[in-house]
Write a protein that binds this ligand. Structure first.
Ligand SMILES: Cc1ncc(COP(=O)(O)O)c(C=O)c1O
Length: 320
C-alpha cells in the first residue's frame, strides 16, 4: 500500500433507514454515510484523495491538476484537499463559465482553485497542455485522472470495505446487496477488490450513471483494470475479472446530469423520510434504482452507499 494523507473523518456511520424501509414496505434498508467524510462537504472522493495526495507529496509535486464537469464533486474535494496539503489546485471543467457560479463551482472558487474551461471531450488533453505549461514555469504538476479513478485512488475504497466488514461484525447488520453509483469506476473497483480481500460475500451492484452497455469495450473491463492495478499498487495477490462486476444500466435516463422523475422522487423520499440529502446527478439516480426495485417487491436487505454530492443541489434548483 502507498502512503496515506489523512483527510477523511472515518469510519463513516452505518445506519438503518428505518422510516424509509417502513414506507417502502420491504426488507430493511441501510445507509453508509460517505457523504459525511468531512472534507468541504465530503463525499467519496475524499477517501481516494487520501492516497492521491500522499502520492503527489511523495513525488514532490506542488500543483494538483484534475478535471470534471462544471458541478464536479471530485473537483471540489480535490480543491479542498489541495488547500489542506499546501498545494495549488488547477481544475479543467467541461463547458463554459456560467454567469453566476453556484453549487460545487462556487465552492471551487471559494477554495481558491484556478479554473480553466474547455469542451467536455478535450478535458484530458487540456490537462496535459496545462501540465506542460506548469512544468515550463519550473513547477511540478501531479495529474489526477477524472474522478481520481486509478490504482492509487481506489485504495481508499479497498479500505472502505475493510471498514464496512468491521462495522457489519460489530452491528450485526447483514446487507445482502450494496448499491452504489458508478461512473469513473474507482469506487466500485476498490469495493469489489476490498470485498475479496476482507471477506464481504454479498453482491455489490453499481448503478451506471453515464456509461451504456458498450459491447466488448464494456465498462466492466475498465473496472477490472482499475481493481487489478489497485491490487498491484497494494502488492496483494488477489486479482479480479470483468465477471466480478455487477452493473445496472437501466437508469441512464436522458443523459449525464439530466434530472428526471427517478432522481426527483428518490431525493424527495430520502429527504422527507430520513432527513438525508441525496444529490441530483449520482446518488439520486442510484437510490432511484432501490426505490424502483422496492416498489416491485424485488430486493432483499440492502445497503445504500451514499457517495455525497449534495452541494450540487443548489445548482439544480429549477430541475428539482
Ligand atoms: C456523488 C458521487 N457519487 C458517485 C460517484 C461515482 O464514483 P466513481 O467515479 O468512483 O465511479 C461520483 C463521482 O463521479 C460522485 O461525485
Amino acid at each position: 500500500m502507498t502512503n496515506r494523507y489523512m483527510l477523511a473523518q472515518l469510519p463513516t456511520p452505518l445506519e438503518p433507514l428505518t422510516r424509509l424501509s417502513a414506507f417502502l414496505g420491504g426488507p430493511p434498508l441501510y445507509i453508509k454515510r460517505d457523504d459525511q467524510t468531512g472534507l468541504a462537504f465530503g463525499g467519496n472522493k475524499t477517501r481516494k484523495l487520501e492516497f492521491l495526495i500522499a502520492d503527489a507529496l511523495a513525488q514532490k509535486a506542488d500543483v494538483l491538476l484534475t478535471a470534471g464537469a462544471a458541478q464536479s464533486n471530485h473537483c471540489r474535494q480535490t480543491a479542498a484537499a489541495a488547500v489542506r496539503a499546501g498545494l495549488k489546485c488547477v481544475l479543467v471543467l467541461g463547458g463554459s463559465a456560467p454567469g453566476s457560479p453556484n453549487g460545487n463551482l462556487l465552492l471551487d472558487q471559494l477554495l481558491g482553485a484556478e479554473i480553466h474551461w474547455t469542451e467536455r471531450e478535450r478535458r484530458a488533453e487540456r490537462m496535459e497542455e496545462l501540465a506542460e505549461e506548469i512544468r515550463k514555469e519550473g513547477k511540478r504538476p501531479y495529474v489526477i485522472p477524472i474522478g481520481g479513478s486509478n490504482g492509487v485512488g481506489a485504495q481508499g475504497y479497498v479500505l472502505a470495505m475493510q471498514e464496512l466488514v468491521a462495522q457489519i461484525k460489530n452491528t450485526g447488520i447483514h446487507p445482502d446487496t450494496i448499491v452504489v453509483a458508478s461512473s469513473s469506476g474507482g469506487t466500485q473497483a476498490g469495493m469489489v477488490l476490498g470485498a475479496k480481500l476482507y471477506g464481504y460475500e454479498g453482491k455489490i451492484l453499481g448503478i451506471s450513471i453515464d456509461k451504456g452497455d458498450r459491447g466488448p469495450e464494456r465498462y466492466e473491463v475498465e473496472l477490472a483494470e482499475i481493481a487489478n492495478s489497485t491490487a498491484e499498487v497494494m502488492e496483494v495477490d488477489v486479482r479480479v475479472t470483468p465477471e466480478d462486476f455487477f452493473l445496472d444500466y437501466g437508469y441512464l435516463g436522458d443523459g449525464y446530469g439530466i434530472v428526471g422523475f427517478t432522481e426527483r422522487e428518490a431525493i424527495a423520499l430520502m429527504a422527507r423520510h430520513e432527513g438525508i440529502l441525496l444529490d441530483p446527478v449520482y446518488t439520486g439516480r442510484a437510490f432511484g434504482a432501490i426505490v424502483k426495485n422496492a416498489k416491485a417487491g424485488m430486493y432483499g436487505s440492502t445497503l445504500f452507499w451514499h457517495t455525497g454530492g449534495a452541494a450540487a443541489l443548489f445548482a439544480y434548483g429549477k430541475d428539482l
